[in-house]
Design a protein. Structure first.
Length: 101
């Protein structure tokens, strides 16, 4: 709890990472199912900035949800979210948590 870690990490885990010289875990979680569409959003974001119409966080989330709506990416996102948090009320769409990474 001291460093915001709620799970117990064994001393052997720390020692083995230190021995290998890799203190950070090599796997940072499951990749996002909508990662391929995120580059398209970045291009839109850059263009909007160039014409001096930057997008706010809520607008960016709305644009991204519009971008994936009705595509196979939305279905993949739905399936991913259903496994990760089945009680969610917004399966198949991204929210501000997605924006934060």
């Amino acid at each position: 709890e001291e460093y915001g870690i709620s799970k117990f990490i064994t001393e052997d885990t720390i020692r083995s990472r230190h021995t290998r010289g890799r203190l950070c875990a090599s796997h940072h979680g499951t990749p996002s199912p909508v990662e391929s569409a995120e580059m398209a959003l970045v291009k839109i974001y850059v263009q909007m900035g160039k014409i001096r119409q930057p997008l706010t966080r809520p607008h960016t989330v709305n644009v991204f949800n519009d971008l994936i709506r009705g595509t196979c990416l939305q279905e993949l996102l739905y399936e991913f979210q259903h496994v990760q948090s089945p009680e969610s009320m917004s399966l198949g769409s991204c929210g501000l948590t997605w924006w934060k990474g």
